[in-house]
Design a protein around this ligand. Structure first.
Ligand SMILES: [Zn+2]
Length: 349
């Protein structure tokens, strides 16, 4: 028993160190299973255990299980098809893990069986942006854009990220078409591809459309859950335009507030990150998105859903989605119908 107690104490120390390594890897954004190449490992003695022929690793993962693609692996040319990881890395639901751990403590005998099927296929994989266009009647070479992304993490169906972002964009397009409105400026409704893999679709679009970047009034990107728009923070030079454009918004649903406020200049990001809008912001294209709020108290938490197995269609909130679509339609159409492009003065520092 005394030997066992000493081993348990040592294991606890090891667990602490492993936790520290995991945290460091996360902070350095380099937690990946091939790390011997990079002198960075997911756990103590990882390399040694791999060399000794370990079958795999089981770790406890906090619930909800969050999936994040490892961009260090995806973007590093040192990782090729021939040196993909072949040691299993299993993240178990923390409750299941705790049960197993307790059984170990009780010296019970048990077996764990996993049916793991990872399939790799040589790329490149073709992937498409889907873009709806309403051609401008007066300024066809000037643009207003609304966007979300088409892809999602495969751990769930992406009902929220980006289902609740892209559907109001699609619905806004449908409503504008149905209304018979003829926007003066061209309107683009974009479902960008490959956002989660590294903003691939929006980056490709920007690269292929450099000539249009100076002529985009604004990109309204929606990628933060089903909460409805409650306002806009805009620079002084845009303020009068938006106040006028947004006037009808308050009238459709008096129980939903909407406020246009003066703000900025904003810091222009030096590199893209987070969502598709950043790709445009880096190019100094206005990419002001709506302020959103859980105004009816649905107790919605994006953080509990984002990139987890909970990201399902059922988490969307119909009345929020409807309102978001209506606001998106009114505001984008309003911007498209101005007699000038939105001013960029005082937008970015
Ligand atoms: Zn997203």
């Amino acid at each position: 028993d005394s030997i066992r107690a000493a081993i348990i104490a040592e294991n606890n120390e090891t667990a602490k160190k492993n936790y520290q390594i995991m945290e460091d890897n996360w902070n350095n954004n380099t937690d990946n299973p091939l790390l011997p190449l990079k002198e960075n490992v997911p756990a103590l003695f990882y390399k040694e255990m791999c060399e000794a022929g370990v079958l795999g690793f089981i770790q406890s993962a906090t619930v909800p299980l969050r999936a994040l693609y490892d961009k260090a692996v995806m973007n590093d040319p040192a990782f090729t098809f021939d040196n993909l990881p072949d040691v299993c890395d299993i993240k178990l639901d923390e409750h299941q893990y705790a049960t197993i751990k307790q059984m170990v403590k009780e010296r019970r005998t048990f077996f764990l069986e996993f049916d793991i099927r990872n399939h790799f296929r040589m790329g490149p994989v073709k992937y498409y942006n889907v873009i709806g266009k309403i051609k401008g009647s007066k300024y066809p070479d000037e643009y207003v854009m609304a966007s979300g992304h088409l892809d999602a993490f495969d751990v769930a169906t992406g009902g929220v990220d980006c289902g609740s972002g892209i559907t109001p964009v699609m619905e806004a397009a449908r409503m504008i078409m149905k209304s018979g409105a003829k926007p003066k400026r061209t309107m683009l409704f974009c479902a960008f591809a490959g956002e989660e893999f590294g903003l691939l679709g929006s980056t490709a679009w920007v690269k292929a459309n450099k000539d249009k970047l100076g002529k985009i009034s604004n990109l309204f990107n929606r990628d933060g859950g089903p909460t409805p728009p409650v306002g806009l923070d805009v620079p002084k030079a845009m303020y009068p335009d938006f106040v006028k454009i947004c006037e009808p918004v308050k009238k459709i649903r008096p129980d939903y507030p909407f406020e246009v406020k003066e703000a900025g200049p904003f810091t222009k990001p030096s590199q893209p990150g987070g969502t598709d809008a950043s790709v445009f912001a880096v190019e100094a294209v206005p990419a002001i998105d709506f302020n959103e709020k859980d105004i009816k108290g649905y107790n919605f938490s994006y953080g509990e859903i984002w990139h987890t197995e909970r990201d399902t269609y059922s988490k969307s909130i119909p009345e929020y989605q409807e309102h978001a679509a209506t606001v998106m339609a009114i505001v984008t159409l309003g911007v498209a119908n101005l007699d000038h492009l939105l001013s960029r003065e005082g937008l970015y520092k």
